[in-house]
Write a protein that binds this ligand. Structure first.
Ligand code: SF4
Ligand code: SF4
Length: 360
């Protein structure tokens, strides 16, 4: 059964059908925490299916191990089913849903937003700001804050509201520190991406296991966090200590930014390569374009930042700055509507799983 036909059926009925077969079989019980959680249930209402879907990380091990995939009449495809349920969750809870649906499924909003910001920053950089600080002679610090502050705050509001809505929909209760610590510990090590016995994923190599996807995710996540820490630290330097950019190479903001950028570029390039190699039918086919757009955008954010660093003081500096700022602005705008949300929903699912086990 193709991914498209799964969606044409009532998705919840299809999920109940497939998960009921798995619950009788239980061959994949040791593969991941989605299957371990599944064994707690005798029936599958919508909150339960959503919770299981957000615990799944699409390793595809259960597909390649399964004796009930096509051409068997059961036609199970658990990775695609759960990928579609997950994406539906994001689109349902992150408002406005129409924007969420567009940015999960298509490429062109990313292109259009980048062009709009590139034009805006080209205009802004052509204004003489008269700053005495070399770094801000092309664009004033206050202008940067004026543009980026709403771009930073508004998407976070949409994301937090979406997570609250999702948390309520799966019956989440007040968390205790142990739940949060457990969830963050699991996310930090990406333990689930190592497979049930540490053998890795089947994502890109069919029945063969590899750990490349886990390493690529770790490089992407830690690279992103280092870049975020670099920007946050530079803000503290500016406002608290009055130390104005640019900073020396051997300074914390610069080291975090450069090495974070390298990790992020390497991680996203690897994820892009794995996506090309992987079987599309085992993911959400309808969201493929949006997934590629998100990975490419993250790659361009980090790579344009590195190019800007090396272009400093050359004739390419101004153009590099326009392109880098446009990619960053597009990333901020798309944050709650793109594949980026999968990390936050997964963290919420891990918190809920820890909570369910604690309360059992
Ligand atoms: S995916 Fe297939 S093998 Fe795995 S538990 Fe479900 S029915 Fe069994
Ligand atoms: S695809 Fe992997 S993570 Fe998802 S349910 Fe199957 S075995 Fe678990």
């Amino acid at each position: 059964m193709s991914d498209t036909s799964v969606v044409k059926l009532n998705m919840h009925d299809e999920a109940v059908r497939q998960l009921t077969v798995c619950n009788s079989c239980r061959y994949c019980e040791g593969y991941c925490n989605a299957f371990q959680a599944l064994t707690r249930y005798r029936s599958f209402d919508e909150p339960t299916v959503s919770h299981l879907a957000n615990l799944c990380h699409n390793c595809r091990g259960c597909f390649y191990a399964c004796q009930y995939t096509e051409p068997h009449e059961f036609a199970l495809n658990i990775p695609a089913l759960l990928a579609n349920v997950r994406a539906n969750n994001w689109e349902q809870h992150i408002r406005p849903s129409v924007v969420s649906r567009l940015m999960q499924a298509t490429l062109w909003p990313y292109v259009l937003i980048t062009i709009v910001f590139a034009v805006l920053f080209t205009f802004v950089l052509n204004v003489s700001w008269g700053s005495s600080e070399p770094f801000y002679s092309s664009i004033s610090h206050n202008t940067l804050v004026l543009i980026f502050l709403p771009l930073f705050i508004l998407p976070w509001i949409a994301l937090i509201n979406g997570l609250r809505s999702y948390w309520g929909s799966i019956g989440g209760q007040r968390l205790v520190m142990a739940d949060i610590t457990h969830a963050f510990g699991s996310a930090a090590s990406m333990k689930q991406l190592s497979g049930g016995q540490g053998q890795g994923c089947n994502y890109e190599s069919g029945e063969q296991y590899t750990s490349i996807r886990r390493w690529a995710h770790q490089a992407t996540m830690y690279g992103f966090l280092m870049c975020f820490a670099s920007t946050s630290l530079a803000t503290v330097y500016h406002y608290v200590f009055g130390w104005v950019a640019p900073y020396e190479f051997f300074s914390f903001p610069k080291l975090l930014g450069v090495f974070g950028g390298l990790f992020l570029s390497a991680g996203t390039a690897s994820l892009f390569y794995l996506k090309i190699k992987a079987d599309n039918e085992l993911g959400s086919v309808q969201r493929r374009a949006g997934e590629y757009a998100f990975v490419v955008l993250l790659f361009l954010v980090s790579t344009s930042g590195l190019i800007l660093y090396w272009a400093g003081g050359t004739a390419f500096a101004s153009g590099s700055l326009v392109i880098h700022l446009a990619f960053i602005a597009t990333f901020f705008v798309s944050l709650p509507f793109s594949k980026m949300v999968h990390g936050f929903f997964r963290l919420a699912a891990l918190c809920r799983e820890a909570q369910i086990k604690r309360l059992a």
